[in-house]
Each structure stands twice: as C-alpha cells, then as structure tokens.
Design a protein around this ligand. Structure first.
Ligand SMILES: [Zn+2]
Length: 335
C-alpha cells in the first residue's frame, strides 16, 4: 500500500512562506493519495472543497486548559495555526471555524481575542469562531454583547456535564439571548442527555443549535466488542432522531473517531453513526467537522476525512458537497 506524504515546507509563520506553501499544496492536492486506517483501499481524493466547522487551537503561552493535565500525551502541548495547516495539507480545506477549547474561566476573553486576531488577519483558513462562555452566568449578557455584530464571532459553546443545566432558567435566558444576537449555541454533552437537550431547544425557539459530534455516540457500540450494547445503540438512535425533528438544530458529523479503538477501526465501523445522522437530519442539516487535534488521539485529520469520504462516497455529489462545504457556508454565512 502506497502512501504519499505531503510534508509542509513551512518554517516560519510569516505570510509569504505560507502563501507559497498553499500554492505548493494546492498543486499537490490533485495527486494526493490517502490511506484509511484499517487497510481500506487507497483511492484518489476528489477535489471537493472542505469547510472545517470545528478547528481547535491552543497556545499554552496565552491560555490555560485545566483538562489537558489528564489528557493524552499527544494533546499536552500547544497546537497552533502552523500545526493545523500541516495536518490539513492537501485536503482542500478552504475555510475553518474555530471551536472553543474549554480554557480556564479567567482565560475566556484572552481566547476570544486570540482567535479574533487570527480571523481578522485573514491569512489562514480560519474565517469565523465559536467562543467559550457561560450562558447561566450573571455577567453573560455583558460578556457576549461585546461581540454583538462581529462578523467573526458566530456563537458560543459550553460543554455541559449535567442534564439539569439544560433546564436552568438562567442558562435558558443566556441561550435565548444568543438567538437575539444572531448567534448559535453548540450542544456538546453525553448521548444520555439528548432528550434534555431537546427540551432546551424547545425552550429557545429563536436560537440556532449545532449538535456536536453526532451526539457523542461511541463507535465501540457498533463494533464486535460492543455487541452487548444494544440498549445504548437503540437509545442513541431514537433520541437523536427525536432531536433532529427540531428544525433549528443541525448536526456536526465529527468527533466519533476519537471513541474508536486506536489502530483497530475502519470506515465501516463509523458508518452506522454517520449514516443515521444524515438520515435523521437530512442532507441539508449536517456539516463536516475535523475536531483536530482531538481526533489525533485515534486518527489523523487526513484519516478521518478519508474515512468519511469513503462512507458517503456512494451518495450523490451534491449531498457530499453540502456535507463538506455548502451547509457550513450557508449556516455561518461564510459566502
Ligand atoms: Zn472538539
């Protein structure tokens, strides 16, 4: 099996070397080959443009990420633009939307300023951002209205660990405020909380929601080692189907590969989750996301894109283009 590597010649972060690099990568992209983990057939990459709706970055000289202390080694260092450009080289990622990285509370504003500056500079794929914030906090209105009307700040995410938060009055007021400001909210929580998330969506009809990572279904449920997980599979299928009935929710096709057993997964193992999400949300309400570098716990960005392209490869070209590009452009107004 042949694997042609695209090595980044970037040695500095100045714009000229990056522009030169992008030209070189663009030329190489047409001939790029991929290798999907698990030994799938190598295949040529179609030149479908990609909008990555979930690009994480963290510069540990600027922000503190408490959760990194217990994270895998591969994540426990800074991940900056240069690393992202290298990870996505040759894959025709034309635009990316930053996704907050759960920095320490006192770093939220620094994080927002860091990504705003990158977006404003305009010399990387990052064109917009979803920032961190606490919708239930008393000062949330003050915090988020400073970004009102920003062409770059598109929404907020707070990872929610307890279902009770979705029913909290202050939290719901904060989520409603996002709708008034034209911003979205990213739902990121355990699959057991999908029903509660649906109640939040019902309570905030003026806000647009994005369900992250296929509702965080576990790939292992769909593999031989999860054959006794029928209840979890059924519950996820049913609950995400119910959530998808709300038309102000879209679904990010992402994240799931990080739950697969490293080195022992194939595109076929991810397919039941991807296909169910596309089925229940429909081809107009699904968006590709990389979730780099979190995906690298199990797969490179390239391997994840390759697997997803294999899974959706039999769908009509228009649906593939909507998934990888058009839906994100429309949802976030990136045109
Ligand atoms: Zn993520």
């Amino acid at each position: 099996m042949k694997m042609r590597e695209l090595r980044s010649p970037v040695t500095s972060s100045d714009g000229s070397s990056r522009r030169r690099f992008l030209r070189q990568v663009g030329a190489a992209a047409a001939a790029a080959w991929i290798e999907v983990a698990g030994g799938a057939e190598e295949k040529a990459m179609p030149a479908i443009p990609i909008v990555d709706t979930h690009e994480h970055l963290w510069d540990l000289e600027k922000v503190r990420l408490p959760w990194l202390q217990s994270a895998e080694e591969v994540l426990r260092h800074s991940h900056v633009t240069k690393d992202y450009v290298e990870a996505t080289a040759g894959l025709n990622v034309v635009k990316a939307v930053y996704m907050e990285v759960d920095v320490a509370a006192e770093c939220k504003l620094a994080e927002a300023k860091y990504v705003l500056e990158i977006c404003q500079r305009g010399d990387t794929p990052m064109v917009a951002a979803v920032i961190g914030g606490y919708p239930a906090a008393e000062d949330f209105r003050q915090y988020i209205t400073q970004f009102k009307g920003s062409r770059y700040i598109k929404g907020v995410r707070q990872i929610v660990g307890e279902a009770g938060m979705f029913a909290d009055g202050g939290f719901r007021r904060g989520i409603g405020l996002l709708g008034e400001l034209g911003m979205s909210f990213d739902l990121c929580h355990s699959p057991q909380m999908l029903v509660d998330a649906g109640r939040l969506v019902d309570a905030c009809p003026g806000t647009r929601f994005i369900l992250d990572h296929c509702g965080n279904a576990d790939v292992k449920w769909f593999m031989a080692e999860g054959k006794d997980q029928a209840d979890a599979r059924q519950r996820w299928r049913r609950d995400i189907g119910e959530l998808a009935r709300r038309k102000n929710v879209v679904c990010k096709i992402s994240g799931i590969v990080a739950s697969a057993p490293k080195g022992r997964w194939t595109a076929d193992d991810l397919a039941p989750i991807v296909n169910h999400c596309i089925e229940v949300f429909g081809p107009d309400r699904v968006m590709f996301a990389g979730d780099w570098p979190v995906c690298t716990r199990v797969a490179t960005f390239r391997e994840w894109v390759g697997a997803l392209k294999q899974i959706v490869g039999t769908r009509i070209a228009l649906e593939q283009r909507k998934l990888f590009h058009d839906n994100a452009v429309g949802f976030y107004g990136l045109g």
